[in-house]
Ligand binder design. Structure first.
Ligand SMILES: NC(=O)c1ccc[n+]([C@@H]2O[C@H](COP(=O)([O-])OP(=O)(O)OC[C@H]3O[C@@H](n4cnc5c(N)ncnc54)[C@H](O)[C@@H]3O)[C@@H](O)[C@H]2O)c1
Length: 448
C-alpha cells in the first residue's frame, strides 16, 4: 500500500465522527472519506441542510466537501466500502455500562466490538483500524482479538488516535489542534495515519506513543480537566461562606503560569458525554488493577461535581417565591446542541421531583428530546424565547453560559415580584438584576 491512505471509512456519524471526517475531507482533497452509521435518520440529517450536530463553522465545511470527497451512508448500504478502505476509524459511543460486570463505572465496549466484527467480516487486504472512540487502556487487545477471527485472510494494524476536540469549538480544535496523538506499535501504520494529519497539522504537534499510553492519555487528559473544574467548584462553596469571590480567587490562581487560567470558572458543574464517563472508566481501571487509593482520588472529582449540582438545585428550590422555575440553558455548554449529562438535566430532574414546575429555554437544544430524558416531564415545558420562560417565574436557574443570557433585559422581564435569579455560570449582569429589584444568588459569591 502507498503510505498515504486514499480511502477512509469512519463508523459512527456522531459529534466526533461527523466533524472530524468533514475536516479530514476538507484538508485532504485527494482522500475519499465515507461515514457510516446504523442510525439512518442521523445519516439523512448529515445529507440535509439540517445537520444533526450544531458546531460553529461545521455547516460551511460540510457544504464544501459533501458529495466531493465526503459521503454519508446508512451502514447497510455503505458497508461494502470497508473492503477497499485503507483506514477505518471507529468513532462510536463508549458509554458507561449499565448492566453486568463493572456496571455504573466501566465503559461499555459493545458498540466498538460490533464495529470490529463488521470490519473483520468485510475488510479485504491490509487495513489500518483506528480507535477514535475513547477507550479504556488495553482495549485495543480486544479489537485485535476480534479482528483475528476474520475468515478472509485480511491483515490489520490497530492504532489509537483519541480525539481531543471540545464540543462548541470542535472545528477550531480540529483545524488547529494543541496536539494529535497516534499510539501504535506498527511504524508503517503510524506513518500512514500521520501523513493524513500532516496535511494541515505541523509535525511537532503530532505526538506518537505506544498503544497503551495513547489510550490512557485520553482518559488522563479528561480527568485533569474535570479535576480543575471540581477544584474551583469545591472552593466556590467556601467563598460563599466567607465572602471571598471565586472569580477573583480563580483569576489570581490562574495568573500563575504554572497553573494557567483555563477551566477555572466556577459553575453548577461539568456535564457532557465525556468527563464523567471517562473519570468513571479510569476509576474502574484503578479498581481492576487493585489501586484503591488512586481510584478514591479520582472518585472525589466525580463526587464534588454531583454535590455541586445537588446544592445548586436545592438553592433554586429554596429561593423560589412560587412553584414556577425558569431554566435558561439545557445544553451542557454554550455553542452546542448536546445535552448529554448536562447540569440542566440533573437540576431539572431534581426540581421536578420536588414538585416544582419548570419552563425551559435553550437556543439550540431540541426541547422534546430533552423532555424525553426526564422521568416526570408532565410539569416540564419549553419556551421559544427567554422572555417567555421568565414570565411569572418565582426563580430563574441559569445553567448554560449562552452569550444571550449575559444581556437579559431584567428590567423588562416579567418575573414574579421578589423572584430570585440563581446564576450557575457567573454570567448574569448583577447590576441590572439589582436595579430591576430581583434577588440574586451566584455560585462562589456571597454577593449581593
Ligand atoms: N463528544 C465529544 O465531545 C467527544 C470528544 C472526544 C472524544 N469523544 C469520544 O468519541 C466517541 C464518540 O462520541 P460521540 O459524541 O461522537 O458519540 P455519538 O453518540 O454522538 O455518536 C456515535 C454514533 O455511532 C453510531 N453507532 C453506534 N454503534 C454503531 C455501529 N455498530 N455501527 C455504526 N454506527 C454505530 C451511533 O448511531 C451514533 O450516531 C466516544 O467514545 C466519546 O467518548 C467524544
Amino acid at each position: 500500500m502507498n503510505s498515504r491512505p486514499k480511502k477512509i471509512v469512519c463508523i459512527g456519524a456522531g459529534y466526533v465522527g461527523g466533524p472530524t471526517m468533514a475536516v479530514i475531507a476538507a484538508r485532504c482533497p485527494d482522500v475519499q472519506v465515507m461515514v457510516l452509521d446504523l442510525n439512518a435518520e442521523r445519516i439523512a440529517a448529515w445529507n440535509s441542510d439540517n445537520l444533526p450536530v450544531f458546531e460553529p463553522g461545521l455547516r460551511e465545511i460540510v457544504r464544501q466537501v459533501r458529495g466531493r470527497n465526503l459521503h454519508f451512508h446508512p451502514q447497510a448500504q455503505g458497508v461494502s466500502a470497508l473492503a477497499e478502505a485503507d483506514v477505518v476509524f471507529i468513532s462510536v459511543q463508549t458509554p458507561t455500562k449499565t448492566t453486568g460486570e463493572g456496571a455504573g463505572k466501566a465503559s461499555d465496549l459493545q458498540y466498538v466490538e460490533a464495529c470490529a466484527l463488521l470490519i473483520a467480516e468485510h475488510a479485504r487486504g491490509h487495513t489500518i483500524v483506528v480507535e477514535k472512540s475513547t477507550m479504556p487502556v488495553r482495549a485495543a487487545e480486544r479489537i485485535q482479538q476480534i479482528l483475528s477471527t476474520t475468515q478472509a485472510g485480511s491483515t490489520f494494524a490497530v492504532l489509537s488516535n483519541p480525539e481531543f476536540l471540545a464540543e462548541g469549538t470542535a472545528i477550531r480544535d480540529l483545524e488547529h489542534p494543541d496536539r494529535v496523538l497516534i499510539g501504535g506499535e506498527d511504524p508503517a501504520a503510524v506513518a500512514a495515519l500521520k501523513s493524513i494529519y500532516a496535511s494541515w497539522v505541523s509535525p511537532e504537534k503530532i505526538l506518537t506513543t505506544g498503544l497503551w499510553s495513547a489510550e490512557l492519555s485520553k482518559l488522563a487528559a479528561n480527568a485533569f480537566l474535570a479535576q480543575r473544574v471540581s477544584s474551583i467548584n469545591s472552593l466556590s462553596a467556601l467563598c460563599e461562606k466567607t465572602g471571598a469571590e471565586v472569580s477573583e480567587v480563580a483569576k489570581v490562581v490562574g495568573a500563575d503560569s504554572r497553573i494557567g487560567p483555563k477551566f477555572l470558572q466556577a459553575s453548577v458543574g461539568f456535564g457532557g458525554s465525556c468527563f464523567q464517563k471517562d473519570l468513571l472508566s479510569l476509576i474502574y481501571l484503578c479498581e481492576h488493577y487493585a489501586l484503591p487509593e488512586v481510584a478514591a482520588y479520582w472518585q472525589g472529582v466525580v463526587d464534588i461535581n454531583e454535590w455541586q449540582k445537588r446544592r445548586f438545585a436545592e438553592a433554586v428550590q429554596q429561593a423560589s417565591v412560587n412553584r414556577r422555575v425558569a431554566v435558561l440553558g439545557l445544553a451542557f455548554k454554550k455553542d452546542t446542541n448536546d445535552f448529554r449529562e448536562s447540569a440542566s438535566l440533573s437540576v431539572c430532574r431534581r426540581l421536578l421531583q420536588s414538585g416544582l414546575e419548570v419552563i425551559a429555554y435553550d437556543p439550540r437544544v431540541d426541547g422534546q428530546r430533552f423532555a424525553a430524558e426526564l422521568a416526570s416531564p408532565s410539569h416540564f415545558s419549553i419556551a421559544t424565547t427567554a422572555a417567555q420562560a421568565l414570565a411569572g417565574a418565582g426563580a430563574v436557574a441559569v445553567l448554560t453560559e449562552w452569550d444571550e443570557f449575559r444581556s437579559i433585559p431584567w428590567a423588562t422581564a416579567k418575573l414574579s415580584p421578589g423572584a430570585v435569579i440563581c446564576d450557575g455560570r457567573n454570567i448574569v449582569d448583577r447590576l441590572a438584576v439589582q436595579q430591576a429589584g430581583y434577588g440574586l444568588r451566584v455560585i462562589g459569591s456571597a454577593v449581593p
